[in-house]
Design a protein around this ligand. Structure first.
Ligand code: UGA
Length: 436
């Protein structure tokens, strides 16, 4: 691969936009191309179209200088030394990723002069896709799989501090050329074939989903046995072979990736005639966590019809305004269907939630201006997202909340403190303190 020339990035979603800004920060010149005209003008104006810490600053620094934004693929890719594909691959009902955007791109790329460039797939694609891309481009252009492991909310940090850089291709020179673009990033480099790189991505997200489901199942068991899940999971995570991360019980994993990729891997395995038990089990466990939260609320309130529930947290996790796969999207409609009224608050995702669940169509729903307003007149508080501000003093919660019940899916509050101010506190897996 050439060591000079611009990098083209196709798709200005989370991955494409973050990668573009971060490659610029590393000193590269990047041409970012996007089909959505509104997004193109936003980025050209230096406005960050997504909620992502550190990204607005990088865009302000580089747009119009090292970062050029295009709406035309041919212009953006002409003469580029590498073309990074960062288009979306959302799930279909079958679990199969929708590769429509990728297919459309391929037919356009096939018409262009791709001499002396490398096509790099960053989009999460099922095993076999890089091979298919290579064939679709007439076996003339090196194709490298370079999966991304960025987390929403910390994507900029993750770009510069990855656990590993994976480049997969039978063309080792092309793979190492792509790895060279990350020069300065201190991380182990793994050079593999196409399918291995594709599987590393799916295996990682699926394993994380399984790990979280295991933590949630242990939490449920702790509640039944009168044990404290935080202690059990801490003891488990201190074993280096297990590791402490992704063992926090909560309202079930969400986001745009873990739910999609565990389904995508299961689909790919089914198509290959291989039965994988753990994936489906993790999905079932994840769905059950959410049912259990509603049961908890209902038990403490003596039913859900006619009650008012304050919900703190709509985003699928803290640090993002993203609602994809969020527990709120599952639980708020179910609360409303059960006849409850909902007063919801989120520091970042309130507007997105109102767009998804228009208030005129959901008369029982209101989006509060702050977390305290959400509590007024509510019979119970349900905490779904781990925003720092929600780890609030129990006394303040007691003062604002109409009723006394607090169901804290993220274990943000101290059960003893909550009980001492008269709250009926139900954490997750808190079998001894704040019975679950
Ligand atoms: C995930 C992966 O962590 C990234 O490495 C990957 O690049 C990304 O998907 C992707 O494929 O694009 P993300 O979706 O941003 O990143 O979210 P995570 O931080 O992984 O959290 C996923 C879900 O698990 C959230 O709902 C979170 O609340 C939940 N979670 C996480 C728990 O319930 N407990 C934990 O201990 C950790």
């Amino acid at each position: 691969m050439r060591t000079d020339g611009d990098i083209a990035i196709v798709g200005a979603g989370y991955v494409g936009l973050t990668s573009a800004a971060c490659f610029c920060e590393m000193g590269h010149r990047v041409r970012l191309v996007e089909v959505n005209p509104h997004r193109v003008s936003q980025i050209r104006a230096g406005t960050c179209p997504i909620y992502e810490q550190g990204l607005p600053e990088l865009l302000r620094r580089h747009v119009g200088d090292r970062l050029a934004v295009y709406d035309d693929l041919a212009a953006a890719t002409a003469g580029a030394r590498a073309i990074f594909v960062c288009v979306g691959t959302p799930p279909r009902a079958s679990g199969a990723p929708d590769l429509g955007a990728l297919s459309g791109l391929l037919s356009e790329l096939a018409r262009l002069d791709l001499d002396d460039t490398v096509v790099v797939l960053k989009s999460t694609v099922p095993p076999g896709t890089n091979r298919m891309v290579y064939e679709a481009l007439g076996k003339q252009v090196p194709v490298v799989s370079n999966p991304e492991f960025l987390r929403e909310g910390t994507a900029v940090w993750d770009f510069f501090h990855p656990d590993r850089v994976v480049v997969g291709s039978p063309d080792a020179e092309a793979a190492l050329g792509v790895a060279g673009l990350y020069a300065g990033v201190d991380a182990p480099l793994l050079v593999t074939g196409w399918e291995e790189a594709e599987l590393i991505k799916y295996a990682t997200n699926s394993f994380l989903a399984i790990k979280i489901s295991f933590a949630n199942e242990m939490a449920a068991l702790c509640e039944a046995l009168g044990a404290e899940a935080p202690d059990v999971l801490k003891g488990l995570g201190l074993d280096h072979r297990v590791g402490a991360q992704f063992l926090r019980p909560g309202p079930g994993y969400g986001g745009s990736c873990l739910p999609k990729d565990i389904k995508g891997l299961a689909w790919r395995a089914r198509r290959a005639g291989v039965k994988l038990d753990l994936l489906a089990a993790a999905e079932r466990a994840n769905a059950r966590v959410r049912v259990r939260l509603l049961e908890k609320l209902s038990r403490e309130l003596g039913g859900l019809a006619g009650v008012t529930v304050a919900v703190w947290g709509l985003a699928f996790k803290a640090g993002t305004d993203d609602l994809r796969g969020a527990a709120s999207g599952d639980l708020v409609p179910r609360l409303l269907e059960a006849g409850a009224r909902v007063r919801a608050y989120d520091p970042a995702a309130g507007e997105n939630f109102a767009a998804l669940f228009p208030l005129e169509e959901h008369p029982g729903l209101m989006i509060a201006g702050d977390q305290w307003e959400a509590l007024h007149g509510a019979d119970a508080l349900l905490i779904l997202t781990e925003w720092d501000a929600f780890a609030a003093p129990p006394l303040e919660i007691r003062r604002h909340l109409g009723g006394r019940v607090v169901v804290d899916s993220r274990n943000l509050l101290d059960p003893d403190q909550a009980a001492s101010v008269g709250l009926v506190y139900r954490g997750t897996g808190r079998g001894r303190l704040g019975r679950g």
